[in-house]
Design a protein around this ligand. Structure first.
Ligand code: ATP
Ligand code: MG
Length: 270
């Protein structure tokens, strides 16, 4: 059987169909090429691979395959994987902004079966683990996500309503006026690791969602599809992005296999 591999900046995702034609997904740290090689050699043949992602060339060298391993462009693979999942989940969506929140974030538009890249931001999943580590020293991803859910970012951020207090509000008072501005301007003595981590999640979610909302406005698109492993088991980030997108009168979509679009696309296009 064939396998699709998306070797990303942080995680390497693998997709394949098992004997019962059920889609199977597995991920590894991209830094652990030995584990990836071992998994491929014990489960599949090198001949069955199709690669995509920014680390594809490095992985290809590491695998020492005697024949050439086919490669497809990351954006094409991602789009194919997104289309497949939309069909599987019965989601009607012909035009959409697509944001892939990986190590960094890449923003695309899908329209009438074609797609193009609109831009991106360095604020992404790498920011979550990097800034999270800088603020708390925590390196375990699961622990970081779990703690962030327990936090309260009301003393971390400044809301529009904090600034305007009793004045007439020019925009929705519940919107964030300044991510992390509260750390400098609000007189709270105790801010926990949990609060800081929830502030990081808030900043990432709001930056990415607002870029997507602006792109949607500029291109007269209503739907925004958010993908990438940063959303994996991360309901807090999902909720932040979902509510902000709805507040701005756009339709947010999340796919079940958040981080696996590229790997699924590589599998299908091979
Ligand atoms: P890029 O597409 O930018 O090259 P990538 O494909 O490796 O990067 P994804 O796999 O989509 O990116 O997402 C990586 C992010 O997912 C990490 O930055 C982190 O926030 C999050 N993540 C989810 N699970 C883990 C994990 N087990 N270990 C580390 N990060 C994880
Ligand atoms: Mg990626």
């Amino acid at each position: 059987t064939k396998i699709g591999i998306d070797a990303g900046g942080t995680l390497t995702k693998i997709a394949y169909f098992d004997e019962n034609l059920e889609l199977q997904l597995i991920s590894f740290l991209s830094s652990d090429m030995q584990a990836i090689k071992y998994w491929i050699e014990t489960n599949h043949s090198l001949a069955s691979i199709c690669l995509t992602g920014g680390r594809a060339e490095q992985l290809k060298k590491y695998l020492l395959s005697p024949m050439d391993i086919p490669y497809i462009v990351e954006f094409d693979a991602t789009m194919a994987g997104v289309m497949y999942q939309l069909k599987q989940e019965n989601i009607e969506c012909e035009k959409a902004i697509i944001a892939n929140i990986g190590t960094g974030t890449s923003i695309h538009i899908m329209k009438e079966n074609s797609h193009s890249r609109l831009g991106g931001t360095g604020i992404g999943g790498g920011t979550l683990i990097g800034l999270g580590q800088a603020l708390t020293g925590i390196t375990d991803y699961k622990e970081m996500i779990a703690l962030s859910k327990l936090g309260d970012r009301s003393s971390i951020d400044i809301l529009v309503s904090d600034i305007y207090e009793n004045n007439k509000l020019p925009i929705n008072g519940a919107l964030t006026a300044s991510n992390f501005g509260g750390v400098a301007l609000k007189k709270t003595l105790n801010r926990s690791y949990e609060d800081h981590l929830s502030g990081v999640q808030g900043m990432i979610g709001e930056v990415v969602a607002s870029l997507c909302i602006q792109a949607a406005d500029a291109h007269h698109v209503e739907n925004i599809i958010y993908i990438g492993s940063t959303l994996e088991n991360n309901d807090l980030l999902k909720n932040i992005m979902e509510s902000y997108t709805i507040l701005k009168e756009k339709k947010p979509f999340f796919l079940e296999k958040h981080g696996y679009s590229g790997a699924i696309g590589a599998l299908l296009e091979s």
